[in-house]
Design a protein around this ligand. Structure first.
Ligand code: NAP
Ligand code: MN
Length: 260
């Protein structure tokens, strides 16, 4: 893992730390390679990782990610900005422990075209303008008709992000699964859906069907598209996983404790 590139949050502090890391890595014998890197060092926080993941989404099978924290939360990062020398020492002398994270995929279909997007944290169908009705299918079998603001699908990694804000379960690493969580579901005599987060196999396919997704958005990580004109959104797992390279041993409990 000698070839690296860097992605930073864009603020002055992250840019300064980014160039310090770059100089120190080159001095330690690493090679900057922006075309074909093996290691993506992200300097910022979890939002920076999302940007980096989307930039390298086609190359996920042969790149590894490691993060330095300069942002507000930095849940996924292994080092803080004042641990750069420890980071350089660790990366030069230690063998990385690789941790894979599932990437989600959504296929959106309308009468004339299909669009495929990917996400690390979550994929949401969300409509804050009007009640969104949609039929939910699991592995092509009808499950329920949902009415409300929308649905959020996440994997283990994204369980601590948006999913946690809407009452979804926080999932420990090592449990590879999908979670479907309602966003403001309507539950009364005439309209009823499960009303609880649903945990699914990682190879499950979840389909949302409706003839009208007007004003709804498909939100995926920090990105979104407008769903006007679409009638089907099919969510499943991407064939490639995202790989963290850990050079120190930060436990998940340490990360969770720092989260709230
Ligand atoms: P953002 O400011 O980049 O992210 C919002 C906050 O969520 C930041 O503090 C970020 O940490 C943290 N975060 C991101 N991924 C996380 C994860 N897997 N576990 C724990 N915390 C995480 O906002 P954005 O650019 O609009 O959206 C990016 C992501 O933010 C989305 O994928 C969504 O999950 C999350 N988000 C959550 C809510 C909510 O909970 N109500 C609302 C909007 C977006 P850093 O400060 O380190 O970047
Ligand atoms: Mn952020």
């Amino acid at each position: 893992m000698r070839k690296f590139t860097l992605v930073n949050r864009g603020d002055e502090n992250s840019q300064r730390i980014c160039s310090e890391i770059k100089d120190k890595l080159i001095r330690a014998g690493f090679v900057m390679d922006q075309e074909n890197p093996e290691l993506i060092v992200y300097v910022g926080g979890d939002g920076t990782l999302l940007h980096a993941m989307h930039e390298w989404v086609d190359d996920l099978d042969h790149v590894y990610f490691t993060g330095i924290h300069t942002g507000t939360l930095g849940f996924s990062t292994d080092y803080t900005a004042d641990e750069i020398d420890v980071f350089i020492e660790d990366i030069s002398t230690k063998k990385a422990v690789i941790e894979e994270k599932r990437i989600l995929q959504a296929n959106c279909v309308n009468d004339t075209k299909e669009l495929t997007i990917h996400a690390l944290n979550e994929i949401r169908v969300e409509n804050i303008v009007k009640t969104q009705e949609m039929d939910v299918y699991i592995n092509d079998s009808y499950f329920e008709t949902f009415r409300g603001n929308g649905m959020c699908i996440s994997g283990q990694y994204g369980s601590t992000a948006y999913n946690r804000s809407i009452g979804g379960a926080v999932i420990y690493p090592g449990l590879d699964l999908l979670q479907m969580t309602e966003i403001s579901g309507i539950h009364h005599r005439h309209a009823r859906s499960l009303g609880a987060p649903l945990i699914l196999n990682p190879d499950a396919k979840i389909t949302f069907n409706h003839d009208d997704f007007a004003h709804a958005l498909l939100c995926f990580d920090h990105l979104h598209i407008h769903l006007d004109g679409y009638h089907q959104i099919e969510v499943s797992s991407y064939s490639k996983t995202m790989k963290f390279a850990h050079f120190n041993k930060k436990t998940h409990l340490e990360r969770l404790n720092a989260l709230f």
